[in-house]
Design a protein around this ligand. Structure first.
Ligand code: GUN
Length: 330
């Protein structure tokens, strides 16, 4: 079997096309949704990500502001910057790029973002809304994974889904979104016993461990859908030769560039899976698309509109109306 490759760039383009209509309608009504990105320090990956986020705003005609306070900025100084962005009417979305420098109290900074402008979905109020199945701004990468699954026609309801990784940014919200879509969800982490045996049961595997090619083909049930959230840079020639033994073109590209991006899933999993997101070009493009979608949602929400009417989306969750949180509700 050779997996169907789930093309994140194509799905991103669909979402952008839908958002463009919505943004045009908002702009015709005199509203230009805008995103402010706060970038502290000189983490090279963070600079690349924020540049891409600002470029996406420009492509879609959204307002954008990039703030780069000095890397020595105190927690208090960052709180003041956020407080200013919170009260600026033209700013609909606020994103604080992580990681923040170690001397900063990152949780305090994230909690100071107005939940109505929290386009990353990191604020405890939005996380709590997600837990209880109420409309919320939801973290971009897990929302992007849901878009890939839904737009690719992958059945979620009733599926056994295994989420590898329990981070606040990906693993936990991912598991909640899959559960609200009526999958049976198992969350695995570094202390999970016999990971291979658990993953082998899965119809849907979401790998968000941050470990290069850790998910090997033997772990994958034939025909399963495999979503690879990992983005790891490989620079070692012998490692690349092992990973790309069956992919001569990728090995040649590695030798040209001296590096390659590899996910948390071994490339050979494509021979076993039914469908697979590539790295690069799978989940990555969706993360920024969902940030744009959340910014448009936030703009509408702040003006009293419905949170769920975004073109790009799918409701925040698909919990049936009777899924209230009460003891004994399964
Ligand atoms: N750092 C890594 N991923 C993310 C993300 O999705 N949002 C923010 N703000 N920082 C990140």
């Amino acid at each position: 079997m050779t997996a169907t490759i789930l093309d994140g760039n194509a799905i991103r383009d669909q979402i952008y096309a839908e958002l463009q209509h919505e943004i045009a309608a908002l702009r015709a009504a005199g509203i230009r949704p805008g995103l402010a990105a706060v970038l502290v320090g000189d983490n090279p990956a963070s600079h690349v990500y924020v540049k891409s986020k600002i470029a996406a705003c420009e492509k879609l005609g959204l307002g954008s502001w990039q703030l780069e306070p000095p890397k020595t900025s105190s927690t208090g100084a960052l709180l003041e910057i956020i407080a200013d962005l919170n009260q600026r009417d033209e700013v609909d979305g606020i994103l604080v790029q992580l990681p923040l420098p170690p001397h900063v109290d990152a949780k305090r900074v994230l909690e100071s973002v107005d939940p109505a402008k929290d386009v990353d979905g990191f604020h405890p109020l939005n996380l709590g809304r997600l837990v209880s199945g109420r409309p919320a701004l939801v973290a971009c990468t897990p929302s992007g994974v849901m878009e890939i699954l839904r737009r690719s026609g992958i059945a979620i309801e009733g599926a056994q889904a295994v989420v590898l990784g329990r981070s606040d940014i990906v693993g936990k919200p991912m598991a909640l979104l899959l559960m609200h879509a009526n999958a049976t969800v198992t969350i695995c982490h570094s202390k999970t016993r016999d990971l291979a045996a658990v993953v082998c049961q899965a119809d849907i595997v979401v790998a968000a461990l941050g470990r290069t090619a850790m998910v090997v083909p033997d772990w994958i049930r034939p025909g399963a859908t495999v979503i690879d959230v990992g983005i790891n840079r490989v620079t070692d020639g012998r490692e690349a030769a092992r990973l790309f033994a069956n992919f001569p073109l990728r090995l040649a590209q590695f030798r040209d560039k001296g590096s390659a991006l590899v996910g948390d899933v071994h490339p050979d999993a494509a021979a076993v899976a039914g469908a697979l997101t590539p790295v690069p070009g799978g989940v990555g493009p969706l993360t920024i698309a969902m940030l744009m979608s959340n910014t448009v949602k936030a703009a509408r929400l702040r003006r009293g509109g419905a949170l769920n009417a975004s073109a790009a989306a799918t409701p925040v969750h698909t919990a049936p109306a009777n899924t209230s949180v009460k003891t004994g509700n399964i």
